[in-house]
Design a binder for this molecule. Sequence first.
Ligand SMILES: Cc1cc2nc3c(=O)[nH]c(=O)nc-3n(C[C@H](O)[C@H](O)[C@H](O)COP(=O)(O)OP(=O)(O)OC[C@H]3O[C@@H](n4cnc5c(N)ncnc54)[C@H](O)[C@@H]3O)c2cc1C
Length: 293
Amino acid sequence: MWNLQEYRIASSPAEAVALMRKGPGKGAYIAGGTDMLLEHPACDFVVDVNNAGIGDIARTPGGDLFLGAAATLQGLVDNNFVREFAGGAISKSASQCGNRPVRSTATVGGNLCNALPSADMAPVLLALDATCYIADEDCQESLPLTDFFVGPRMTVLEDRLLVGVALPGECAGWRCAAHKLTRTAEDISLVQVAVSLGMDDGKIQEARIALGAVSPVPMRAVLAETMLAGQEITAVTPDVLRDVATIAAGECDPLDDHRASAEYRRDMVNVLTRRLITRILTDDGDNMEGGAA
Ligand SMILES: Cc1cc2nc3c(=O)[nH]c(=O)nc-3n(C[C@H](O)[C@H](O)[C@H](O)COP(=O)(O)OP(=O)(O)OC[C@H]3O[C@@H](n4cnc5c(N)ncnc54)[C@H](O)[C@@H]3O)c2cc1C
């Protein structure tokens, strides 16, 4: 039973934060409610953020892609800007979250703010250098998504509001592929890997490898990335790939639980990292948005 006393509706990010701080008692933001209605948080009131003007998806004049926190996952699947960005990798990852009714109300902000290690949108956004925009009552702050998660179900937000995330325009042309390993489409992920490569002049100029569900927070495998960045594409032999994938698997810290053993999860990071990099390097670019690894 959820002992909720009041349902507040915010009309701007600043008002949302003010309503959250007004008391009495403890409050929580609500967007799609798909997480909160399953597991009621201990709170006296909620602040609905759907009318706070944070639901837009837009390309800035500089080419950055902005995803408002209250944009729905189905919105990310359907939006042309998102479908075109980095070969549609973000749309593809969103399309693999839950089922269509869930995606139609679940938001990208709720997915990130819930801060589960297995949040499905985190790896692809980490692999595309996402920046978070956070509102306080009288100011906004931005920080890399890598710094947003501080522990399982914990973010840097405290009582502030996530306004949205921005992907830099440079990443629009990167090749990106992601894979979610799960038992059924609606089950929680066992392992997620997202890889993106910025390539030019026959070289891998930029490399990102992001992992989900294999550490307390979604993470980047930075040592493996460093080994890949700067390589001539022709120099990425099977031996190099094996080394990169082994390093990525060594960087994560998976749990043993009833869904899978830590050893299996680590092995799958190794396999998926190798396969995704191979697919990006061998694909002609028309089908980079994920699918079976
Ligand atoms: C049947 C089902 C299947 C699912 N399948 C998947 C799946 O495959 N993959 C997956 O990752 N998830 C899945 N989920 C979980 C959930 O749908 C997603 O995490 C969703 O994106 C959460 O978004 P929401 O808008 O519903 O969040 P809400 O439930 O509204 O909020 C979630 C949390 O985020 C906070 N919050 C929301 N917006 C903000 C904001 N702007 N600023 C600060 N805090 C905020 C809330 O206070 C709350 O703590 C599933 C859920 C269900 C019910």
